[in-house]
Design a protein around this ligand. Structure first.
Ligand SMILES: NC(=O)c1ccc[n+]([C@@H]2O[C@H](COP(=O)([O-])OP(=O)(O)OC[C@H]3O[C@@H](n4cnc5c(N)ncnc54)[C@H](OP(=O)(O)O)[C@@H]3O)[C@@H](O)[C@H]2O)c1
Length: 325
């Protein structure tokens, strides 16, 4: 079967695997969003990282806010344990702008580098569009970090089309480019296709990094097979509409279509859902599924090992079209 090859992130020289590993799951109960996932042990995290690497994943997405540096530290330890050096992997992290000004981007960078224990910041991202500073001021601070060789490339996350354009405009003044916008994108959340984000990214040559590409596990079909399962999970998913009976009913046609293709390809529904995200808009979209169990990491990496046909992609497009708005 045809394998997917590495992709250029925006106009940067970063060549990333279509599937990267999302490392929010390594927060170990710490920080604001840390309660969303179970507290993973070192050996589980090491297995998640090593199985991802074995499956062809060459990059990792973490953040300052994932356990206040816990995710960065655990990721670095697991990469070292897997025998990887900074030259062999790509690491993306994020600065949290809430209740802060752009000054803190420079103030916190050494802490980020310390947490990453020798791994580089190949991509530094502004986690959210909400801050006390303008996008221009944030981009100026990021550009200074590139010039100081503290970070290599610049990305944003959850930015609207307008803000993305403002970020690119600001960076152009420093002869730099915006490499990526990290946004929620999956078969059950396709808003970026109708709110201008995808079109603007295409026009500017910015990559889309799809977060929650499995709709936080929904697209695996396991919560449709057993709606009781969500009650056993830590975190906030159980309170979300999508995981309740009405939500599950609404997404069922998509899950059924995904399952049908999974049977045809002898793969899992999660792999079909990822394959669609990675192919439907060509190489400009890459995805960072997270894993709470080692076998999920292997499953997700293996989604790069085959390609759905255009007809199959179009079929999933049609069935999931109610989720465009
Ligand atoms: N920039 C942002 O604002 C932002 C926001 C959210 C996430 N992110 C990033 O994106 C990454 C991924 O997003 P996410 O964690 O929200 O959602 P996701 O990747 O769609 O879902 C991850 C969860 O789904 C389940 N799962 C994963 N692979 C599976 C498989 N093959 N089969 C069955 N179940 C599977 C696991 O949970 P269970 O085992 O408990 O079911 C796992 O923890 C994060 O780690 C983070 O790096 C960024």
């Amino acid at each position: 079967m045809e394998r997917m090859s590495l992709r250029k992130l925006g106009k940067s020289d970063l060549m990333v695997s279509p599937v990267g590993l999302g490392c929010w799951q390594f927060s170990r109960g710490k920080g604001l969003g840390g309660k969303q996932w179970p507290v993973l042990q070192d050996d589980e995290i090491e297995k998640i990282v090593s199985l991802s690497l074995e499956g062809g994943v060459n990059w990792f997405d973490t953040a300052e806010s994932y356990g206040n540096g816990e995710s960065e530290r655990t990721l670095a330890r697991a990469l070292r344990k897997a025998g990887k050096s900074a030259d062999e992997v790509i690491v993306a992290t994020k600065w949290m702008p809430l209740l802060r000004t752009a000054k803190s981007i420079k103030k916190t960078i050494d802490k980020r580098l310390e947490s990453l224990g020798g791994f580089r910041i190949d991509l530094h991202q502004i986690h959210l569009p909400t801050s006390f500073s303008s996008t221009q001021a944030e981009m100026k601070a990021m550009a200074q970090l590139v010039k100081a060789r503290k970070i290599r490339h610049i990305g944003v996350s959850n930015f609207s089309a307008k803000k993305m354009r403002a970020a690119q405009d600001a960076l152009s003044r420093h002869n730099l480019n915006l490499s990526s916008n990290q946004v929620r994108y999956n078969l059950l959340d396709r808003k970026i296709e109708t709110n201008g984000i995808l079109d603007t990214a295409k026009e500017l040559g910015v990559s889309i990094i799809a977060y929650s590409p499995l709709a936080q596990g929904l697209l695996s079909g396991k919560f449709h097979d057993n709606p009781e399962l969500i009650k056993e999970r830590s975190g906030f998913r159980k309170y979300m509409r999508a995981f309740k009976s009405k939500g599950l009913e609404k997404s069922l046609p998509v899950i059924e279509a995904v399952k049908e293709l999974a049977e045809k390809y002898l793969v899992t529904p999660a792999q079909i859902a990822l394959n669609w995200v990675l192919q439907f808009h060509g190489e400009m979209v890459v995805a960072i599924p997270g894993a709470t169990k080692p076998e999920q990491a292997k499953d997700n990496a293996d989604a790069m090992k085959f390609k759905l046909t255009q007809d199959e992609l179009d079929h999933l497009d049609e069935i999931s079209s109610p989720f465009k708005n």
